[in-house]
Design a protein around this ligand. Structure first.
Ligand code: AMP
Ligand code: MG
Length: 334
C-alpha cells in the first residue's frame, strides 16, 4: 500500500476513504490523529495494529457536533452543556457513559467513551463530509512522540495507512485535556491546554486530578510510557531564577559532552550556546511555545543523531503542568 498525501482540496477523497473503512491520518489543533470510522470494528482494530497500540488503551472519538456526540451517549452528565458551550470545538476530551452504538473495540471494553469536537476548520469540514464519528489516537507508532506535521505522520506510517491529510503544523502541539465526567467529581485524567483553572471557572465546581500512581489508573493510557524520543531525555529541574537555570543547563550539557556523548539541547533561545552538539529552539520559552514545539524537537534531535537530549523544565502551572507531564513521561529529571 502506498500512503497518499492529500491536501485540503481533497477532503471528499479523505471522507470517502474513511467511510469505506480505510485509515486516514488528519490534522487537529492538538496533534495529528489516525482516523477510522468509529462504528466499523474492523477499521478500528486496524488502528491498534498499525500503531502497535496496546488494545487495552481506548481511543478518543471525534465528532462534528454536540448532537452527534449525544447520539453516542447513554446519559448526559452534569456539566456537559456548560463545558461544551465553552470549550467545544477545542482541546477538551470528555469521558461519558456510552450507549450500544459504540463498539467495544473503541473503548477497550469500558462502559465509557472519550469524545471531542476538534477545533480546526479542515478537520470539522472532514468530519461533516464523512458524517461518521472518527476514532483517532495520535498518528504515531506507539511510544514515539505524537506527530505535529503530516511529514512526521508519513515518516512513521508510510505504507501502513491509506492517506494522510496535510493541514500544516498543529497550532497547539500537545494532546487534549481529558476530563472524566462519570464520577461524582469532575476529574482530569490527562492535563492539556485547557487547564484546571479554566474548567473550574466554567463548572463553578472543584475539579480534581486523578491519582497518577494509583493501582488502577482511571485512564488506561496513563500507565504507558509515552511520547519518548530514541535519545535519553534529561530534564533540568525548574526554578524561578533564570540565571541559575542557565547555569544548571550549561553544566549538564558540558558533563554529557565530556562523557563523549552527542548532546541535543532543546531550550528557549536564551539558552543557546552551552557547547551542545545539536540545538533545537523552543522559541521564547513560554508554556505555549514548549507545547507547540516539544514533540517536533524530540524527533528532530533524534534524527540529528543526539544520544542525550537536555531540556530545561518550566513551572508546572497552567499549560506548564501539561508540558511537564509530557516531558516527565518521555524522560527523567537530570
Ligand atoms: P491518544 O488519543 O493516543 O492521545 O490517547 C487518548 C487518551 O484518552 C489515552 O490516555 C486513553 O487512555 C484516554 N481514554 C480514551 N478513552 C477513555 C475512556 N473511556 N476512559 C478513560 N480514558 C480514556
Ligand atoms: Mg498518543
Amino acid at each position: 500500500m502506498t500512503t497518499r498525501i492529500l491536501h485540503t482540496a481533497d477532503l471528499a477523497i479523505a471522507a470517502d476513504l474513511l467511510r469505506q473503512g480505510e485509515l486516514v491520518a488528519f490534522p487537529t489543533e492538538t496533534v495529528y490523529g489516525l482516523g477510522a470510522n468509529a462504528l466499523n470494528e474492523a477499521a478500528v482494530r486496524r488502528v491498534y495494529e498499525v500503531k502497535g497500540r496496546p488494545t487495552d488503551n481506548p481511543m478518543i472519538v471525534h465528532v462534528h457536533s454536540c448532537q452527534q456526540a449525544r447520539e453516542l451517549m447513554q446519559v448526559v452528565p452534569d456539566f456537559f452543556s456548560e463545558l461544551t458551550n465553552e470549550f467545544w470545538p477545542g482541546p477538551l476530551t470528555l469521558i461519558v457513559k456510552h450507549n450500544a452504538a459504540v463498539p467495544d473495540v473503541v473503548t477497550a471494553g469500558l462502559d465509557t467513551v472519550a469524545l471531542r469536537i476538534p477545533d480546526l476548520r479542515v478537520t470539522r469540514d472532514l468530519l461533516r463530509l464523512a458524517n461518521i464519528p472518527l476514532a483517532a489516537p495520535s498518528a504515531n507508532i506507539s511510544g514515539r512522540p505524537s506527530p505535529t506535521t503530516a511529514e512526521q505522520v508519513f515518516n512513521d506510517l508510510n505504507g501502513r495507512i491509506s492517506a494522510v491529510l496535510d493541514g500544516g503544523p498543529c497550532p497547539l502541539g500537545i494532546e487534549s485535556t481529558v476530563l472524566d465526567l462519570t464520577s461524582a467529581e469532575p476529574t482530569i485524567l490527562r492535563p492539556g491546554t485547557v487547564t484546571r483553572e479554566d474548567l473550574e471557572d466554567v463548572t463553578q465546581s472543584r475539579v480534581y486530578f486523578a491519582e497518577t500512581n494509583s493501582d488502577r489508573p482511571l485512564s488506561p493510557g496513563m500507565k504507558y510510557r509515552h511520547y519518548a524520543p530514541r535519545a535519553e531525555l534529561k530534564i533540568i529541574p525548574w526554578n524561578d531564577l533564570v540565571e541559575s537555570m542557565l547555569r544548571d543547563t550549561c553544566t549538564a550539557v558540558r558533563q554529557h559532552v565530556e562523557a563523549g556523548r552527542r548532546v541535543g539541547l532543546m531550550a528557549p533561545d536564551s539558552f543557546r550556546g552551552c557547547g551542545e552538539t545539536h540545538w533545537y529552539s523552543l522559541g521564547a520559552g513560554l508554556a505555549v511555545d514548549y507545547a507547540r514545539l516539544l514533540y517536533a524537537g524530540m524527533r528532530e534531535l533524534d534524527e540529528a543523531g543526539a544520544e542525550v537530549i537536555l531540556c530545561p523544565g518550566i513551572e508546572a502551572e497552567g499549560i506548564g503542568l501539561a508540558v511537564m507531564n509530557r516531558l516527565l513521561k518521555a524522560g527523567e529529571i537530570q
